[in-house]
Design a protein around this ligand. Structure first.
Ligand code: NAG
Ligand code: NAG
Ligand code: NAG
Ligand code: NAG
Ligand code: NAG
Ligand code: NAG
Length: 754
């Protein structure tokens, strides 16, 4: 095979063939076992694990220097640092330099991954034809006065970066042996000074990787690179030099973009296999003697629609209650009645239960910190699970699934129904706010499934207790500058240095080497977890305010207020015809009926069934009922929308070919009771068709009642709560309301298409 290719190459150009066999020759001279990767890491951070994962993927031979040592390589309050790395390398080289043909690749680890393997790097190193090759970048650092001493480069990056270099062991030793500075002195400055000295440069046979063949530093180069998906692997292409760099370095403040790239490279996710690392390092809950202890923080920080449903879903989560410590912060007086009920019904259910109400006057940040602290300070707390009341969890396994994924911080993806709005951001704008990553829509829509390292999340997440007690210890992570608490938390987690950085906010502070402590935040979309509801425009001035949410939160409205068997009208023909052209079907839920009645009774101004009626045009009603119009409680827009959404499809089914305009002026709730109005005399309705929904139960709430259609000598005497009649209004369907003999009967009526 090789000869074959060589033969053709020979025919094409003799030169290239010679080069090819030479490099084959060299590969034999120096097998890739002779490539040793030396990396510095003082702690096993998330970044370090990611680095090792990429190294193991390519089977690099890696030796880690400095693990467990205290980091002294520069305080972030200063602008330079990294000397510790040189010192560690110098120590390591003492025992390596006598290996004649050993090639050493020295790299940072926390913010660096491999995109290519040892053979590839070897080949590129040999092609560079120097004894020492350093990474290059377009930005000079730390001493810009040295710029003019740099050799000029026609095409390529001119300046040295010390985040990665490769060379023969002897030559590396020659350079690091010159080090006699302190751990907090600057490594890059040290190597730069060697490089810009023409004598040294020649003696050490030293060059830079100007065209990013091996090393891609992202600082100043983010718009040069693109993800390139292959069938086996994902890499980065440098579009300026048309190179496929083997090592990607998220230096300086390119971490977020780097994290995005590292969600794919080298083979974390690709189109063929999807997520290849998602099942690694999972926690197997079935192997544990007992379930981990979880402290749950529930936050109600604004008026929140569907709160009782939220609490119900929370209670329905599949996790042992005796392993849950529950903390609730409610900042809304309006919700006290809901929380009171929740507390009374569940106060003995959990391992512990604490509620902090609006009277404590806590800011959101204080409240969130209080909940988080309960876990942080309790050594038996294994996980802290924070959930805001606008997250409707539909997956009962959520807590278990998150624990199993085994990350320090992880949130489940939840989105606003049918919208691109979600609980995470894929990127940040320059000022730290929302920006859309290239993959955001694919992740939200589930076209790419995996566990994603992202810069911001909110509403719901799980944090390991250990992480709170280590990386996130001793601080209120929800307070940072003027950021809102979620943004403060995420920035604190991403970059635990910011607080100190703030103390000396020189522009250089962004350039320096950061201590290795950032915690990765992940969002997983490996399962359906639930959705976010909208808390905007939630008007709490009514009695049952969720009734008004049909526009803002249509899905939750439907789940709460539409009869569970409604869809079976269309699938199983759950629809009756008790009298000719009188159709009868389930439409409203128990809750809808009860809340509508409560709302009307709360409003209280029943018309009294008089002929004179100022509410209608003309002011005179020939067949008056004792009623309240939907308009009077400001519910007419919502009610008409309900008719459009839920009545029109039934109309089309039973009166096929008739498309209702779903227009109605007369929409009202009628009250029949023996000592006020008990019945209604025979009449026609001023409608094309009428709906008449029973709002309570015969036998339970009232006796008597029903409806009689004269033309057909047909009565329906046992109305069902939540079921609606639908019948033509004029000509054929003269009807009357049969007397209610005891109790109170309520119906909701609309005259549609008058
Ligand atoms: C560097 O070393 C290579 C051999 O490894 C040699 O071919 C080249 O001429 C040297 N370059 C300099 C500038 O000494
Ligand atoms: C709660 O805080 C607000 C604003 O900080 C203040 O105006 C109010 O008096 C406080 N109420 C109580 C009961 O402390
Ligand atoms: C809330 O509803 C009430 C009653 O319908 C209305 O008067 C008020 O303007 C509404 N408030 C807002 C902010 O929409
Ligand atoms: C829905 O229909 C099923 C089957 O007919 C019935 O058992 C169930 O009670 C109905 N649900 C309600 C809420 O009426
Ligand atoms: C109407 O129906 C009832 C029984 O449902 C029957 O007794 C009565 O005779 C019928 N009336 C007429 C006019 O058909
Ligand atoms: C009328 O209803 C009340 C309660 O709703 C009940 O106590 C009473 O027995 C009922 N009377 C008749 C005659 O059904």
């Amino acid at each position: 095979m090789e000869h074959h290719r060589c033969f053709y190459a020979l025919i094409l150009t003799l030169m290239s063939c010679v080069q090819y066999s030479l490099s084959m020759e060299r590969n034999k001279d120096i097998p890739t076992e002779k490539l040793l990767v030396l990396a510095v890491a003082t702690q096993e951070t998330d970044g370090f694990h990611r680095f090792m994962q990429s190294a193991n993927y390519f089977k690099f031979n890696v030796k880690v220097l400095g693990m467990g040592e205290e980091w002294k390589g520069g305080d972030v309050g200063r602008s330079i640092g990294g000397g510790q790395k040189v010192r560690l390398l110098k120590e390591a080289m003492e025992s390596l330099a006598d290996q004649e043909d050993l090639v050493v690749l020295f790299v940072d680890s926390y913010d660096l991954i491999f995109a290519g393997g040892p053979e590839e790097i070897f080949r590129k190193f040999q092609k560079a034809n120097h004894k020492l090759v350093f990474a290059a970048e377009g930005i000079i650092w730390p001493d810009s006065r040295l710029a003019e001493k740099y050799p000029s480069v026609r095409n390529g990056k001119r300046f040295l970066n010390s985040g990665g270099f490769i060379g023969y062991a002897r030559y590396i030793q020659k350079i690091v042996n010159q080090w006699d500075l302190h751990d907090n002195d600057d490594d890059q400055l040290f190597y730069t000074k060697v490089y810009v000295d023409p004598l040294q440069r020649e003696k050490l046979n030293m060059t830079l990787d100007h065209k990013c063949e091996i090393f891609q530093n992202l600082n100043g180069a983010m718009d040069e690179v693109l993800l390139k998906f292959g069938t086996e692997r994902v890499r980065v292409r440098n579009t300026v030099y048309n190179s496929l760099p083997s090592i990607i370095h998220g230096n300086v403040n390119t971490k977020i973009y780097f994290n995005y790239l590292a969600n794919y490279i080298p083979n974390v996710w690709n189109y063929e296999q999807g997520c290849t690392i998602c099942d690694q390092d999972m926690v197997d809950l079935s192997q544990l003697k007992e379930f981990p202890q979880v402290t749950v923080g529930i936050y109600i920080e604004q008026p929140n629609p569907f709160l009782p449903e939220f609490l119900e879903r929370f209670l329905g989560l599949d996790y042992p209650n005796d392993k849950l410590n529950v903390f609730v912060h409610n900042s809304e007086v309006y919700h006290e009645k809901h929380i009171q009920k929740f507390w009374e019904e569940n106060k003995d259910v959990f391992r512990s239960f604490k509620v902090v109400g609006p009277e404590e006057n806590l800011t959101q940040g204080e409240a969130r910190n209080m909940g988080m602290d309960l876990c942080r300070k309790d050594l038996s707390c294994d996980y802290y699970f924070s959930i805001d009341a606008d997250v409707m969890l539909t997956n009962r396994q959520t807590i278990k699934l998150l624990i199993e994924q085994n990350r320090k911080i992880i949130g489940p993806l939840v989105t606003r129904h049918g919208k691109l709005w979600s609980n995470f951001w894929g990127a940040l704008s320059l000022d730290g706010y929302y920006a859309r990553s290239e993959d955001y829509i694919d992740i939200v829509q589930g076209n790419r499934v995996g566990v994603w390292n992202i810069p911001f999340m909110a509403h719901i997440y799980l944090i390991k207790g250990q992480t709170l007690r280590n990386e996130l210890k001793n601080r209120n992570v929800f307070v940072l500058e003027r950021l809102d608490p979620d943004m403060a938390m995420c920035r604190n987690a991403r970059d635990l240095t910011v607080q100190r950085e703030r103390e000396s906010p020189s522009p250089e502070s962004f350039q320096m080497l950061r201590p290795p402590q950032g915690v990765f935040m992940y969002v997983t979309n490996r399962h359906e977890f639930g959705r976010l509801i909208s808390t905007a425009n939630y008007n709490t001035s009514h009695y049952n305010n969720d009734l008004w949410q049909i526009f803002e939160n249509p899905l939750d409205w439907r789940e709460k207020y539409i009869h569970p068997n409604y869809t079976r009208i269309f699938t199983d023909n759950v629809l009756e015809q008790p009298c000719p052209d009188v159709f009868w079907f389930p439409v409203l839920s128990e809750k809808a009926c009860d809340e509508l009645v409560e709302e009307m009774e709360n409003y209280g101004s029943w018309s009294g069934g008089r002929h004179k009626d100022k509410r209608i045009t003309g002011g005179y009603e020939t067949v008056p009922t004792d009623d309240i119009h939907m308009k009077q409680i400001d519910f007419d827009k919502e009610w008409l929308h309900f008719i459009r959404e839920f009545i029109s499809p039934v109309t089309l089914k039973v009166f096929s070919g008739y498309y209702t305009k779903s227009y109605a002026i007369m929409n009202f709730v009628v009250k029949y009771t023996p000592n006020r109005q008990a019945y209604l005399r025979p009449h026609h309705d001023s409608s094309t068709f009428t709906i008449n929904i029973a709002l309570n139960n015969k036998g339970l709430d009232f006796q008597g009642g029903g409806c009689r259609f004269h033309r057909y000598n047909c009565s329906i005497e046992s109305p069902r709560k939540g079921w609606s009649f639908m019948h033509p209004g004029r000509l054929t369907h003269l009807h009357e309301g049969l007397p209610t003999t005891n109790g109170t009967r309520y119906i909701a009526v609309s005259f549609i298409d008058p």
